[in-house]
Structures are given as C-alpha cells and as structure tokens.
Design a protein around this ligand. Structure first.
Ligand SMILES: [Zn+2]
Length: 268
C-alpha cells in the first residue's frame, strides 16, 4: 500500500463504509464493535447506549451488516457517532447454516485485518462473499469457505507455490499424486521428495492433480466470485485439509468459528 493512499485515523470525525465483524457487551448499555472498513482497515469502536431500546443505532450495528459509518476519534478508542445501513444481511444471522459460514469469514478478516492499514481487496472480498452466501445453494456452500480462504491468502501475498518446486525451483508437471510441502509453501518435485523423504514429516501432503488445478483456478480468478465450479468430494476434502493447515502454519491463526463450521458441514 502506497503511503499516499493510506488514511490514518487522527483526532476528530471520520467516515467510511464498514462491515460489522465482531461485537461484545461493555458495561450496562454499551458495546465494543469491531468493523472492517474500506478506508481504514480494522476499527474497534465504542457504541454508546446501543443496548438501550431508544438508541438510534442499535439495529444497525448487528453482525455482518454493511453500513456507512461516522466515527469520532478522541484520545482513546474511536466512538460510533452515526450509522446509515447500506445492506442488512439479516439472512446470514437467521439461517444457522449461513451464519456459520459468515462467522468464519468475519472472524478470518478480524484476525488478519490490521488497524490503520486499509486493504480494499480484503474489504471487497468479504462483502462479495456475504452477497454470495445469500444466493448460495447447498452445493456451493460446501466449498465457499475454502475459496474464501484461498483468496485471503492471495490477498495477503502468501499464496501457495504451484508452478515450481519449492526446494529446487524446477518447473513442475502435475501427476495423479503430487507432493505438497506446507512448511516450504507449495509443491515439491518427485526428486526432491525422494531425496528428502522423511516418514515422520507432518508437513507433506499427497494431493490429486485435480486439487492443484482447482486451487490454481481459484487463485487465477482474483476476488471475483467463482461460479459453477465443480469440485469432487475427494478434492474438496484435500483442499480443506491442505488450506486449513497451510493457513495455520503461515498465518499462525486459529479460528474459533472453524469448529462450529465443521459441525454444520457434517450435518449436510
Ligand atoms: Zn525439486
């Protein structure tokens, strides 16, 4: 991000588009709201009196809502002054299944998003995925979180290497069975694998050529939604295992909502 494009929060009012990604109660009547904003990255702000029935903003700072928000930055944490709702993702709060996916995406952005460091690609990705969740049928839901996860990695600049061996840099061909080395960040050629093989290595995974092709397709698609993609159950399982472990290793984050999402996925 060029310094000139960066917007730094200073004392006084500022406004931006924002998506509500987390909230918790503070004292008797307030809440701390975490938003991911278009112009400032992640913001944690106080919503005063929001739990009182007459609060003008109580219905607008609900999880997943997409708002136009005015904040006031005093000496400590920013305060939410005004909110104009742009789109209320009500269904993502009311449909348990969709809520599990939306919570996972929101928590992911909450964990990787930085304060005072706008990332418009990350903002757009979250927003477009919330809209996609609204429309998604059961078949699409199965892997919408995986596509989201892969795209977040790409936006953060830590996408898996799929063209060249991560050890010797040789250009790769794909086989029925390929070796993915999580520790080194991508595919490893057969020769390097034979040379460095270690049966106790927990960071090497064997994956189908189909799995690699699908990850490549997702990475090549930018942040646009990927429609009508067909993924076999086996490739879906491989992508899930690979990408979740890759994310934990390289980003060192653990998502609390992942367990709930896995449970919902098992229910079908
Ligand atoms: Zn190699």
């Amino acid at each position: 991000m060029k310094e000139s494009l960066k917007k730094i929060i200073k004392m006084g009012s500022f406004q931006t588009e924002a998506i509500i990604i987390k909230q918790f109660d503070l004292g008797e009547s307030d809440k701390i709201i975490t938003c991911y904003t278009k112009d400032y990255g992640k913001i944690r702000a106080v919503a005063r009196g929001v739990r009182m029935s007459k609060s003008p903003i109580s219905g607008t700072v609900l999880p997943f809502n997409y708002n136009y928000m005015v904040f006031y930055q005093g000496r400590s944490m920013p305060r939410i002054n005004q909110v104009k709702n742009i789109y209320s993702f009500t269904e993502l709060r009311e449909n348990l299944k969709k809520m599990a996916y939306a919570s996972y995406m929101a928590e992911f952005v909450e964990k990787v998003g930085l304060e005072n460091a706008p990332n418009q690609a990350l903002f757009s990705l979250l927003l477009s995925n919330f809209y996609q969740l609204l429309k998604a049928g059961n078949d699409e839901l199965k892997y919408i979180d995986l596509i989201f996860n892969i795209k977040v990695l790409a936006i953060l600049g830590i996408k898996p290497e799929l063209e060249h061996c991560v050890i010797c840099n040789r250009e790769l061909n794909y086989y029925q069975q390929n070796i993915f080395n999580i520790e080194h960040g991508g595919l490893e050629c057969q020769d390097c694998y034979k040379e460095h093989r270690d049966e106790t290595d927990i960071y090497r995974y064997f994956v189908l050529g189909e799995t690699i092709q699908i990850i490549k397709k997702i990475l090549g698609n930018g942040i646009q939604p990927l429609l009508n993609i067909k993924i076999s159950d086996r490739a879906c399982q491989e992508i899930e295992q690979l990408i979740r472990n890759f994310t934990i290793f390289h980003l060192d984050i653990k998502l609390n909502s992942c367990e709930f999402l896995n449970m919902i996925k098992k229910l079908g």
